[in-house]
Design a protein around this ligand. Sequence first.
Ligand SMILES: NC(=O)c1ccc[n+]([C@@H]2O[C@H](COP(=O)([O-])OP(=O)(O)OC[C@H]3O[C@@H](n4cnc5c(N)ncnc54)[C@H](O)[C@@H]3O)[C@@H](O)[C@H]2O)c1
Ligand SMILES: [Zn+2]
Ligand SMILES: [Zn+2]
Length: 361
Amino acid sequence: MAQQVRGVVARAKGEPVRIETVVVPDPGPGEAVVKVQACGVCHTDLHYREGGINDEFPFLLGHEAAGVVESVGEGVTEVEPGDYVILNWRAVCGQCRACKRGRPQYCFATHNAKQKMTLTDGTELAPALGIGAFAEKTLVAAGQCTKVDPAASPAAAGLLGCGVMAGLGAAINTGGVGRGDSVAVIGCGGVGNAAVVGARLAGAAKIIAVDIDDRKLETARGLGATDTVNSRSSDPIEAIRELTGGFGADVVIEAVGRPETYEQAFYARDLAGTVVLVGVPTPEMRIDLPLLDVFGRGGALKSSWYGDCLPSRDFPMLIDLYRQGRLDLDAFVTETIALDEVEKAFERMHHGDVLRSVVVF
Ligand SMILES: NC(=O)c1ccc[n+]([C@@H]2O[C@H](COP(=O)([O-])OP(=O)(O)OC[C@H]3O[C@@H](n4cnc5c(N)ncnc54)[C@H](O)[C@@H]3O)[C@@H](O)[C@H]2O)c1
Ligand SMILES: [Zn+2]
Ligand SMILES: [Zn+2]
């Protein structure tokens, strides 16, 4: 029997989100219904509401979540009712060319639920990143559920489901930060500060945090940044070069998603260094660089989707580090809020007041 729950829906571009009744079907083959316990507010949810991702309104927002599996459909073996899980947007298929080449983190046929959640009038909802977890319950593909240690609090664990994983992985997986490296992170919101933490975990010797907001820089310092640069008051390229003996950083992570900050990242790295773009640009953005500089500076220009993570490999490991006190996920939870406060949380995010607001059920 389909169930009715409350969920946060974006009906049209730029319109405030509203709580609506969402119809959640029983799980079909390969699917699971998850009782959501916590879901973080990510900048990507706001991108959806602003029409910056696609036009498939109405959206059921929310995608950084942890919860408990309530029921599973036919043929599901990876999880069972009662399992504590983090939801992921990379349920790998095992069949596509990337998967078959042993690179499942680049899978291009990832699984979502086949059935649709709807409004009560039957209108189909597009769940954000195939998850839709600003809802008391959500329907996902079973592979989107990654079982982790239930001792981790849902508010902290859920953050690994998107932004914090994206930042950690941008440093560890995509950027390949190693012991002794110098790293700069441009934009220190939830994602960028997670990249700071990732660089520290990977053994970076110097970690330079760059932002236009001093509050974010202060948090970055608390999380392991060795130096901070306010790029409103000083030129970040020069500052990063100065802090690295005139060379530039080995790895520069761009966690804003704008042409000007990408250009800063490009020129703030050392010769043969790596740039990682983890911030998400919008369709109209363009970048203009001298091709000779792209050639002459060598190195690698990479983009990082979801921190190139493999949820089954990375989530349980990171939860273990969290449980051992080596990864401070709690530091990312600025506030916990109720389901009907998501719109207010967008505003606070927009003003830079929070790293993460997390809806707790
Ligand atoms: N690649 C992925 O898989 C992935 C996953 C999640 C989020 N994201 C993207 O990462 C980006 C950051 O997300 P977030 O949740 O941390 O957002 P956020 O709003 O919390 O953080 C953005 C930060 O950038 C800073 N900033 C803005 N303009 C700047 C500038 N010109 N120079 C320096 N700093 C500047 C802000 O002060 C803020 O601290 C977004 O674009 C989001 O969509 C990407
Ligand atoms: Zn695949
Ligand atoms: Zn996200």
